[in-house]
Design a protein around this ligand. Structure first.
Ligand code: PLP
Length: 459
């Protein structure tokens, strides 16, 4: 399987190169040259365990990794999960809740980043070389990335966070990782300052090459690939349980990574009748699917911070399919967007953007009310991100297809919102253990040269 750029100006590359490249040199995102049709495999796949299924799905895409090696990579990646099913479905009211928070940092990003960490380490081991990952985080992604590569040979990870501005719990999830290859930097500034330092440092191409800098951002193809697996797995479990012949998914969305994986699974032949896209007040994506206009606005902070985005970094991949895999058309749309801050798609004969999608938003009030309602009626506590998805799913029930709601984080990660909603705390042993954990973190000035000097010294 070869990988191409959505902007069409890159020679096709193999899977390992696609993983190491991240963003394409022409500014586009990588996609497989064609998507395999798996319709005739579904019946066999429905019998498999999560890890077996992950191997089958990934082996269609990672064709330059020997099967025995890929099997080991997959097994190692999901051994760190605390549930035997890795991603179990729990029936709550009318919905199947797909719990994606059984990994080490209790958020769905572990599903992809545990795999990506092992994959980086495998590729470096075979090709030689080192990788120094630099990232900026406001909370969630940083800790999943750190846990994905901690202790791995040939990799260092440097994660900047704004000093005193991440939640104490999320800060501890990062700084309590004491492995020698993990460097936490508390920058005297805001999250935007951290991002600015990161982007400027990556923009210095000589520095980047000399020090083998890389990133683990959400556009990496391996992350999307790892996420397609649980769409298949949960659809099989749900169809088996209910006898239905198709399912619909509700996905709380920020960067369009998670829901893109569902879209690809559908294109590969999984019977998904609807993808319900749910956003919080930062609703650029739900506005797009309801109007055809993708227009940038300012970010407002919400109870679901991992969905507080201005533009969705994975959206370009969807758009590429939407314009009929026409790289020229896509490039024109994206450069128009860069210039004007919006882009516009023609609606079809039924005045919709895409028959497969419905979209809606859940604001702070809806999030709180939904958390409260599911706790009162079913004794199940939703985290604020999941609650947004469940709220929007309630408006799009189907009599034919059962709805699977993706639960993207454990509620104990968002203590304050939960206490405000239900009046009591939710605990998780992993987080409780952090209270007395030893931590390591370096403070640094809000200054690009200071960060570069730090990197050089530690590398
Ligand atoms: C990252 C994240 C999301 C959003 O996922 P995208 O792939 O960016 O759409 C939702 N919930 C939680 C808890 C997250 O960490």
């Amino acid at each position: 399987m070869k990988y191409i750029s959505t902007r069409g100006r890159m020679e096709p590359v193999g899977f390992q190169d696609a993983v190491m490249t991240g963003l394409a040199p022409d500014g586009g995102l990588l996609l497989p040259e064609h998507l395999p049709d798996v319709a005739d495999k579904l019946q066999d796949w429905a019998e498999l365990s999560y890890t077996e299924l992950a191997f089958e799905v990934m082996s269609l895409f990672a064709t330059d990794i020997p099967p025995a090696d890929l099997a080991e990579l997959v097994t190692d990646s999901y051994a760190a999960f605390d549930h035997p099913e890795v991603a179990p479905c729990v029936e709550v009211g009318d919905f199947q809740i797909l719990e994606l928070f059984h990994g080490p940092t209790l958020a769905f990003k572990d599903v992809a980043l545990q795999f990506l960490g092992n994959l980086f380490s495998y590729i470096l081991e075979h090709r030689g070389g080192r990788l120094n990952i630099l990232g900026a985080t406001s909370g969630d992604t940083g800790s999943a990335a750190i846990h994905g590569v901690r202790g791995k040979p040939n990799i260092n990870i440097f994660i900047m966070h704004p000093a005193g501005r991440t939640s104490p719990l999320q800060e501890k999830q990062m700084t309590s990782v004491l492995d020698a290859n993990v460097f936490n930097l508390a920058v005297a500034g805001t999250f935007d300052d951290c991002q600015h330092i990161m982007k400027t440092t990556f923009g210095d191409v000589d520095f980047k090459a000399e020090h083998s800098l890389g990133s683990v951002n959400s556009v990496n193809w391996a992350r999307v690939l790892a996420q397609t697996v649980y769409f298949f797995y949960s659809a099989f479990r749900t169809m088996e349980k209910t006898g239905a012949e198709s399912v619909q998914f509700s996905v709380p969305t920020g960067n369009f990574g998670d829901i893109l994986a569902g879209y690809l699974a559908q294109r590969m032949g999984l019977p998904i009748s609807k993808l319900i896209l749910a956003t919080n007040e930062n609703d650029i994506l739900s506005r797009f699917f309801n109007s055809g206009v993708y227009g940038m606005t300012n970010v407002v902070p919400t109870l679901s911070p991992s969905m507080d985005i201005q533009v969705a970094s994975n959206f370009e991949r969807y758009l590429y399919y939407k314009v009929g895999q026409d790289a020229e058309k896509l490039t024109a749309l994206m450069s128009g967007f860069t210039q004007t801050g919006d882009l516009c798609i023609e609606l079809d004969e039924h005045s919709v953007v895409d028959e497969l999608f419905v979209a809606g938003r859940g604001d702070t009030e809806a999030t709180m009310a939904t958390i409260r309602k599911y706790h009162e009626q079913y004794g199940y506590v939703l985290d604020p991100h999941t609650a947004v998805g469940v709220y929007v799913a309630e408006q799009h029930r189907s009599d034919i297809a059962p709805t699977i709601c993706l639960a993207t984080a454990h509620p104990a990660k968002f203590t304050q919102a939960i206490v405000d909603a239900i009046g009591e705390e939710v605990h998780h042993p992993t987080l409780d253990a952090l209270a007395d954990a030893e931590t390591r973190c370096d403070s640094i000035a809000n200054d690009i040269d200071a960060v570069k000097a730090y990197l050089v010294e530690k590398i």
